[in-house]
Unconditional design. Structure first.
Length: 228
């Protein structure tokens, strides 16, 4: 623990060359960015999951088109409300035949409505995955960046050994420790980033299931009323 929190680590950082310090700064920036993304996405997911749960609970009792419209008005400016509003907007367009309004949907209209519903859900999920590539890229790149810093440090360490014409432990150990420090930093950044990415992706998949429930219920009500 003294190595991590005492003066030894900071001394290694102070005596590092510019490239090693640059690698450490980049890794620090990547770590801060990943934690920022995690906090931001968790706050949004908590709010949206609460909205989705409320929508699912409400829409389960819906059996008429009027009730569907009422639910849409109740959930204005929410994620599930937006999904429902888009479904209803597509339905409204399909029920218009030029200047006249239709009372029923044809088979082709119904297929178009289903396809558009899938696209609406896909668009929502795509937006929910925003910033997640930062986590996956960090998880993949941080160990390689740390390895680069280690190789660079080892090269300089061996150069110093050759210049001093000595290879005893007092000469070798500081250089090796300085080189391995970037590998340690890379792993410290990459492992949490990988955990964050998998956790947030699991939450997105859960939201996908909730959106499917809402979308299926909308389609059931619409089919019962407008498709014969």
């Amino acid at each position: 623990m003294n190595i991590l929190w005492g003066n030894s680590l900071w001394q290694l950082i102070r005596q590092s060359d510019a490239v090693t310090c640059l690698v450490l700064l980049i890794l620090l920036g990547m770590s801060i960015l990943c934690w920022t993304v995690l906090v931001y996405k968790i706050i949004l997911l908590v709010v949206k999951r609460k909205q989705m749960n409320q929508m699912i609970k409400t829409i389960k009792t819906v059996s008429t088109f009027q009730e569907l419209l009422q639910v849409s008005r109740s959930f204005t400016k929410t994620l599930p409300g937006n999904v429902l509003a888009q479904h209803l907007s597509v339905l409204k367009d399909l029920l218009k035949d030029g200047e006249e309004s239709k009372q029923q949907l044809s088979k082709s209209d119904w297929d178009l409505l289903l396809d558009r519903g899938y696209q609406i859900v896909s668009d929502v999920l795509y937006n929910e995955e925003t910033y997640l590539p930062i986590l996956s890229t960090t998880a993949a790149a941080a160990p390689l960046l740390g390895l680069f810093g280690t190789v660079w440090g080892l090269v300089h360490s061996f150069i110093r050994i050759s210049e001093q014409q000595a290879a005893d432990i007092s000469v070798v150990a500081p250089g090796i420790a300085e080189a391995l420090m970037t590998t340690l930093a890379g792993l410290v950044v990459a492992i949490p980033a990988l955990i964050m990415f998998n956790y947030l992706m699991s939450q997105v998949r859960l939201m996908e299931q909730q959106l499917a429930i809402v979308s299926d219920k909308i389609n059931w009500v619409v089919r019962k009323i407008f498709v014969k």
